[in-house]
Design a protein around this ligand. Structure first.
Ligand code: DX5
Ligand code: ZN
Length: 219
């Protein structure tokens, strides 16, 4: 069964606890951290992660869209991240960064922008637990899924299976009920979705995703 991770970027932050409670049946929570340099937007910081940690029992996956993530790792580790995901494009010291994350006893994720070839993930596949493929250019929620990324998802899945890696393959950006099935068929183990889950009354998304995927499977 595919796993679902709501992206809190799309949640109503005025009612954060309600937004957390509304997605209790999810498998994980996705928190977008933006620095205004790596991506053209700013979002949350370690204080937000800390607040979420107090408000939910779900694991927190923290997606660092920041240059030089090495400067902030300890803050996000202390804040309670369960998975820290760094971008391959964001640091010249990828091995060191991943080592530091793993050394803290938490899981390490690696994210790739849509334009970044999969081959750049290969040197660190032995070190990571989570591979996140961006299917929009990071920086904003509510963008359209880049259809060409389906092939990259297939190739990533094949690579992980060929190398027998126990790495969760996650897809982030533009995921909605209309394309979720195709993305899962291409090989995603986890769907990260912001606007598709939190648009409307906030509680709609996770169950609808699971129902829609189950119905597709029955057909
Ligand atoms: C984009 C973020 C995504 C975003 C997804 O920069 O990394 O996690 O929150 O939002 P939707 O699902 O609305 O595309
Ligand atoms: Zn994200």
């Amino acid at each position: 069964m595919v796993k679902i991770a709501p992206s809190l970027l799309a949640a109503d932050l005025l009612f954060l606890k309600d937004s957390l409670d509304a997605v209790k049946e999810a498998d994980m929570l996705h928190i977008d951290i933006m620095d205004g340099h790596f991506v053209p937007n700013l979002s949350m910081g370690p204080g937000f992660v800390k607040a979420c940690k107090r408000g939910t029992e779900l694991p927190l996956e923290v997606h660092l869209m920041v240059y030089k993530p090495e400067k902030f790792l300890s803050n996000f580790i202390e804040a309670g991240s369960d998975i820290l995901t760094v971008h391959v494009e964001s640091t010249p010291h990828l091995n060191r960064v991943i080592d530091e994350i793993k050394g803290a006893g938490i899981k390490a994720g690696l994210a790739l922008n849509p334009g970044t070839p999969l081959v750049l993930a290969e040197p660190v596949l032995d070190q990571i637990d989570f591979l996140l493929l961006m299917t929009v250019n990071p920086g904003f929620g509510g963008q359209e899924f880049i259809v060409g990324m389906l092939e990259k998802i297939r190739q990533a899945k094949e690579l992980l299976q060929r190398q027998k890696k126990d790495i969760m393959l996650a897809v982030d950006g533009g995921v909605h009920l209309g394309n979720a099935h195709e993305i899962v068929e291409a090989g995603a183990d986890m769907l990260i979705a912001g606007s598709a889950i939190y648009a409307g009354n906030g509680a709609r998304g996770v169950t609808d995703f699971k129902d829609a995927l189950a119905k597709k499977r029955e057909k």
